[in-house]
Design a protein around this ligand. Sequence first.
Ligand code: C2O
Ligand code: CU
Length: 462
Amino acid sequence: GGDEDGTSGTSNTPGVPPLPVIEGLTPPEDLNPDPHILEVDLVARPNAVALLSGDLTEMLNYNGQFPGPLLHARVGDRIVVHFKNELEEPTVVHWHGLRISDQMDGSPMIQNPVQPGESFTYDFVVPDAGTYWYHTHFHQIEQFERGLYGGIVVHEQEAPVFSAERMFMGDDIRLNFRNQVAVFQASGPDVGAGRVGNIVLVNGKPINDEGGPATFTMPRGAIERWRFVLATNALSYGLRIRGADARVIATDGGLLPEPFALDQVEIAPGQRYEFEVRPAADATEVVLEAMILVLDENNEVVEAPFEIARGTIEGEVSTAEPVYPTVTLPATDVQAENHDWKLSGAVVDGKVQFTINGVPAFVGEGHEHVVIETFEPNVPVKITLSSEVSPSHPFHIHGQFFQILERGGQPVFEPGLRDTVHVRGTETATILSYFENPGQWMVHCHISEHSENGMMADILVG
Ligand code: C2O
Ligand code: CU
């Protein structure tokens, strides 16, 4: 519960400190006066958005906002979402990364998709602090590209205090010359590699063409917390921050036991990072930059950096050092059974059919998932994911966290809890999970064209 106008910056209840404001995204109206319950209305409906000058872009959004409202709570709080489907087709809402009950997870295998005009109440307690997000999990190729997603922040009980907190959701969208979402291809490169947009968006605003990076001011002496969600369909970014001393403080599953200095980190679709950012002594601006790899005119792979957000240094503050809570991650130096998940695909009758361990999820309207594995809860298991079809699979496991141990059989430094791992090219990635959350869970590539054409299955835990 927040105050009447729904902002999260105030709380009138003694003993419950207000949640800090998160710059960049807009919270919804909180319908519940209980400070431990966030209760909101969420409506999926068509929405016309002024993305570029000229024609409005016909999108599908939550509450007529793009991205959808920022759900902001404290770990242990209850979130109640009165969801209504005002689309012309069924949909479900998935809370990406939250380790809640499978009944509330937005899996179309468990929850009957919400039919047009119908409602469903999602009701869960948020178990883990961190940066998460929500999105449609039905006809995802179109519904997700058309803008059905939003952010979630779950604050720590003893949260470190910063001079400001910001959140950025990165995305891209492919628009035609009339500013409309371009037609979807059922075959070809969009299916092979996943559809990539021609307009880069940050918090729903275009930053190329007429846009420019998100801008704000930052005083010298600031110590800020920046959260980044990559909501692209297919493209991974290298993230770096110029003009600051920046540290990586959190990944998908919350704070790290030990922050480390940010040089450049790779983020794949679905993943999150949090950074602690201090303007450098002589800096005039602090710039969050994304780097992608493109082919130049000689067909050489080159770096193509672009600016996502720019903070201009203005004024001065003095900020107390943030105090981070002690974080311990599950042990990784354990004996664990090794499982292999092979991500593959083939052209069957002129259509691409993607598979996990040779099993395709039913393609098309049925959305049937096959259970490929059963795990005992709280028993560590290593899974080696390999891709037999390039180029890239950001692979997501619902309702669980894992840690990334190896790539190509070699140990890697990719600390922190994850719910999504980038399986790059034909390199293997080995993860370790304790499968702590019983239930039936989807596992899939986060590239919609891959998952919806078969690279999606279920696992059972318990
Ligand atoms: Cu964010 Cu099943 O996905
Ligand atoms: Cu994939």
